[in-house]
Design a protein around this ligand. Structure first.
Ligand SMILES: NC(=O)c1ccc[n+]([C@@H]2O[C@H](COP(=O)([O-])OP(=O)(O)OC[C@H]3O[C@@H](n4cnc5c(N)ncnc54)[C@H](OP(=O)(O)O)[C@@H]3O)[C@@H](O)[C@H]2O)c1
Length: 105
């Protein structure tokens, strides 16, 4: 089945491992151009190599940035001002009473 993702630019947050990596791989196999994100250059380049070795069709781009803070988000917007597909995979989970969740969280 052709999902018509050829050449579309996709950003998958938190995609050096786990579910995000699997999503990035599936999109790149469909021919999408995928931006792979993690917090460090080392982890991102490791994931890019794994994806290249698996023979994906789509282009791969690196975004080493912590998207859990404003500086990281700013960097992402500077590098990639527009995407066709955004997969907000990154999540931060911590059990906390509602009243203790501040603006930074
Ligand atoms: N696994 C489950 O059973 C499950 C169930 C329900 C929901 N979820 C949700 O699904 C999502 C993925 O879970 P997962 O199990 O696949 O996680 P995982 O294997 O721990 O992978 C987390 C990914 O997020 C990246 N990451 C973490 N903090 C980041 C940050 N601040 N900025 C950028 N990248 C960051 C990590 O990259 P680096 O370490 O390279 O920075 C890694 O690529 C999460 O939102 C999780 O809450 C998971």
């Amino acid at each position: 089945m052709d999902l018509q993702l050829e050449g579309k630019r996709a950003l998958v947050s938190g995609s050096t491992a786990g579910i995000g990596f699997a999503i990035a791989e599936a999109l790149a196999k469909e021919g999408a151009s995928v931006i792979v994100n993690g917090r460090t250059e080392k982890r991102v380049s490791g994931a890019l190599k794994k994806l290249q070795d698996s023979g994906v069709r789509g282009q791969l781009q690196a975004l080493a940035a912590d998207l859990g803070n404003a500086d990281g988000v700013r960097r992402a917007i500077e590098l990639f001002s527009a995407v066709d597909i955004l997969v907000n995979n990154l999540g931060i989970f911590e059990v906390k009473p509602f009243q203790e969740i501040g603006d930074d969280d």
